[in-house]
Design a protein around this ligand. Structure first.
Ligand code: 5GP
Length: 190
C-alpha cells in the first residue's frame, strides 16, 4: 500500500534493527484518513469470505480493526489484556508473551460475543514473532470460531511471525513488508 509505505518512510522511526516506532500515525497519535484506507484495503482483500466479526488485541490494533470492521459492516471484537489471572467462567483466556514489553500477559474474550458460528478476521498493527497473533488465534479456537486470516499493517519479514502463522494454516496479508531495518534506514520487500 503506497500511501502507507510513504508514511512509514517519512514518519516512522527505526530505533534499531528490530523496533520501528510509528507513534505519530498508528501507536500514539492516529491518522484517521490513513486508517480508513487501511480498513478498506483489508476489507477488499478478505471480501466475500463470509466474515462475521473482526478481532484485534487492545490497544494498538483497535484503530485499523475498527476501520476494517466498519468497511466490512461487521462487529469488532477487542481481545483484552489482563495483568494477572482473573478467574471468570464466562471468559476464554490464554497467556501471551509480549515482544515489545518483554513480559507475559493474559488475553481474554467474553463467551457472550463469540460462538462456533463466527468466521473471524484478525487484525493487528505489527507482526514480529507472531506470539500476539498466535495467542489471539488460540483464544478464537477455544470458542470453536473459524479463522478467515490475519491482516497486519506492518510485517517485519526478517522476524519469524509469518512462518509461525503459515505453519498453522493461517493466511497472512500485510500492507507493508519490511525486509531489513537499521537505525534511520528501512527497506521494504516488493
Ligand atoms: P509479536 O507477537 O508478533 O512478536 O509482536 C506483535 C506485537 O508487538 C504487536 O501487536 C505490536 O504491538 C508489538 N510490536 C512488535 N514489533 C513492534 C515494532 O517494531 N514496533 C511497535 N511499535 N510495536 C511492535
Amino acid at each position: 500500500m503506497k500511501q502507507l509505505k510513504e508514511k512509514i518512510l517519512t514518519e516512522g522511526i527505526p530505533v534499531n534493527e528490530d523496533i520501528l516506532r510509528v507513534d505519530s500515525f498508528i501507536n500514539h497519535q492516529v491518522d484517521p484518513g490513513l486508517m480508513r484506507e487501511i480498513g478498506k484495503a483489508f476489507a477488499s482483500h478478505f471480501a466475500d469470505q463470509g466474515i462475521t466479526k473482526v478481532a484485534t488485541i487492545e490497544s494498538s490494533g483497535i484503530a485499523p480493526a475498527f476501520a476494517t470492521a466498519d468497511a466490512l459492516g461487521v462487529p469488532l471484537l477487542i481481545l483484552k489484556k489482563q495483568p494477572s489471572k482473573v478467574l471468570n467462567s464466562n471468559l476464554y483466556q490464554t497467556q501471551v508473551a509480549s515482544f515489545t514489553k518483554g513480559f507475559n500477559y493474559e488475553l481474554t474474550l467474553s463467551r457472550d460475543f463469540i460462538s462456533e458460528q463466527d468466521h473471524v478476521l484478525l487484525i493487528d498493527d505489527f507482526l514480529a514473532n507472531g506470539e500476539a497473533a498466535t495467542g489471539a488465534l488460540r483464544l478464537l479456537r477455544l470458542a470453536h470460531a473459524t479463522i478467515a486470516g490475519f491482516g497486519v499493517i506492518i510485517e517485519k519479514a526478517f522476524q519469524p511471525g509469518r512462518e509461525k502463522l503459515s505453519e498453522q494454516g493461517i493466511e497472512v496479508y500485510a500492507l507493508a513488508r519490511i525486509g531489513k531495518m537499521s537505525a534511520g534506514h528501512i527497506e521494504f520487500l516488493a
